[in-house]
Design a binder for this molecule. Structure first.
Ligand SMILES: Nc1nc2c([nH]c(=O)n2[C@H]2C[C@H](O)[C@@H](COP(=O)(O)OP(=O)(O)OP(=O)(O)O)O2)c(=O)[nH]1
Length: 129
């Protein structure tokens, strides 16, 4: 079974959390935090900044570590490191995702999160953001 290590950016702006919808692959249609696989010799922060530039054409600053989640899908195990981040300027451009939403804490259940994301979403609900 494939093991992959992923970083996820929980981007918060005006008390709202960015959720993006996967536009391709086996998990297409599911909602997630933007991010992706860590490349060789990359730090988590470097990977976060690179992925957000690639996916949203945006620059972020990374504020705090939130949680590391281990999850098994039928075809792979993922280890996902989630960090709270903010945008350096507020524009985003969807280069890989099919849709996005800014969700307040009380709206977090409005989208169909990927199974690996549930623990991070639950933790966010109990935080002061
Ligand atoms: N980015 C991200 N990936 C997630 C989340 N939840 C979750 O299960 N995943 C899974 C989906 C993918 O199988 C994997 C991330 O890998 P990816 O395919 O997006 O990585 P990548 O951008 O490097 O992609 P690629 O070049 O291989 O297409 O983690 C999440 O919240 N954010």
């Amino acid at each position: 079974m494939k093991n992959i290590e992923v970083v996820a950016a929980i981007i918060i702006n005006n008390k709202k959390i960015l959720s993006t919808q996967r536009g391709y692959g086996s998990l297409k249609g599911g909602w997630e935090f933007p991010g992706g696989k860590i490349e060789k010799n990359e730090t988590h922060i470097q990977a976060l900044k690179r992925e957000i530039k690639e996916e949203l054409n945006a620059c972020i600053e990374v504020d705090n570590f939130l949680i590391t989640i281990n999850h098994s899908y039928p075809d792979m195990n993922i280890t996902m490191h989630c960090y709270i981040c903010h945008l350096v300027d507020s524009n985003i451009e969807l280069l890989e995702h099919s849709d996005f939403r800014w969700l307040s804490k009380s709206d977090l259940d409005d989208v169909n999160w990927l199974p690996a994301d549930i623990d991070a979403v639950e933790k966010l609900k109990n935080m002061d953001i």
